[in-house]
Design a protein around this ligand. Structure first.
Ligand code: SF4
Ligand code: SF4
Length: 180
């Protein structure tokens, strides 16, 4: 099938690590927005953003949940900032089998930032009073076929890892809570 070009908006959240003061408001509002029902609880473990902190050195780095990775990667990164060496994988955005970060605590399903779908502005950006997070938008041309393919690959690897029934059960539970 011939792919058609269409316009899409690419949203980017710029992170200014020097401005972040470690208040964790971004984690709180993100978890509250994604609670079911919405705003019924705020558990940072459910947030799609998390803060890597070293208060003694005044280092705070917000990291957004990115794509789901079905397998651990073979190569790792190790960062040293202001003399402190951080764990391997500390700044990685993936929800992957090697660690618990960016996984829904009850179901273990992967979490990914959805830019607060349905909201005019991402809530973490709105709630960051230190202006450490700012939204940028640009328009790009995209192939419709490619987008569909990416979605299919994502669902297939999720089903391989967690089992289709578990995913269906979770979706059913979430839509039931939203209706309650
Ligand atoms: S809300 Fe802003 S200042 Fe507070 S932890 Fe998040 S990024 Fe940092
Ligand atoms: S943009 Fe929305 S979903 Fe993404 S981390 Fe911020 S509050 Fe969470």
């Amino acid at each position: 099938m011939k792919a058609e070009k269409k316009k899409k908006i690419i949203k980017t959240i710029k992170i200014d690590v020097d401005k972040c003061n470690g208040c964790r408001a971004c984690e709180l509002i993100c978890s509250a927005f994604h609670a079911a029902p919405k705003y019924s609880s705020n558990n940072p473990a459910r947030a799609r953003i998390r803060l890597i902190r070293d208060p003694l050195k005044d280092v705070y780095v917000p990291v957004y949940a990115g794509d789901y990775a079905p397998a651990e990667c073979a190569g790792r990164d190790k960062y040293t900032i202001d003399g402190k060496e951080y764990d391997e994988c500390a700044f990685c955005r993936a929800s992957c089998p090697s660690r618990d970060e960016f996984k829904e605590p009850d179901s273990g399903l992967p979490l990914k930032c959805d830019m607060c779908e349905g909201e005019e502005e991402p809530l973490c950006v709105k709630w960051c009073l230190a202006d450490a997070l700012t939204l940028e938008e640009r328009e790009e041309e995209a192939e419709e076929e490619e987008e569909q393919e990416e979605l299919e690959i994502g669902l297939e690897s999720l089903a391989n890892k967690y089992g289709l029934q578990k995913i269906l059960d979770t979706v059913a539970r979430m839509s039931k809570s939203k209706k309650d």
